[in-house]
Design a protein. Sequence first.
Length: 262
Amino acid sequence: MQLDLLHSLLGLFSGSIVGLIMGLFGGGGSIMAVPLMHFVVGISNPHIVIGTSALAVALNALSNLLAHARNGTVKWRCAFLYSSAGIIGAGLGSSLGKLVDGQKLLLIFSCVMVAVAIFMFLSRADQGNPGAECTVEKAPKVVGYGAITGALSGFLGIGGGFLIVPALVSSTGMPILNAIGSSLVSVAAFGLTTSLNYAVSGLVDWPLAIVFVVGGVFGGYGGAYLCKRLSSRKGVLNTAFAGLILIVAVSMFWTGISDLLL
């Protein structure tokens, strides 16, 4: 796709929203990037949307990771253990995802989002243990969760933060603030693995990805600041995260059903 001025501005605007969401929630970048690329920027091929959004989200995750690292909210041992297992799953999942009809992928995407939103809402009062770490006893569970979410991330063409955050909370007992910061390592790793797989098949729009990343850098710092402020208010971050996922999931499900019926 040749980006004209209008599409470049739309890409910058959309990228800033993605960066803001990722800085605030750790996940949700692909939740926003996929529909924004599809409906706002106007990319019609679902597989190009998925491949390009995976690259943009991965690079934005690296930018947002710096902001969270400065705030001291990243548990590096957990982050690297989780992402190492997930990279293998993401490679296998993305290979399978390219073989599935694009519209069906978007429908699967929306259904998974609804399930995660319900989980996050039900666990909104759980504050977690700030001292939680990835011990030897917890390692098998962390690796298992990492491999599964990596495979789902690759299959659906997403960074996977909205899956990784609750999985890190569940497998380690850490607070959501630490899960959000730590998840960005995995989001970047999964997204790069998925996007490279799609790029080999020519399913990445490189100019659009660059524009998205530039917009995302600016939005990301604002999101990281809001994340730190909201984390002190019991259950607010979990509830907001669940609400965002549910709203976008319902919208994408409705659009996907409409496209299949037409």
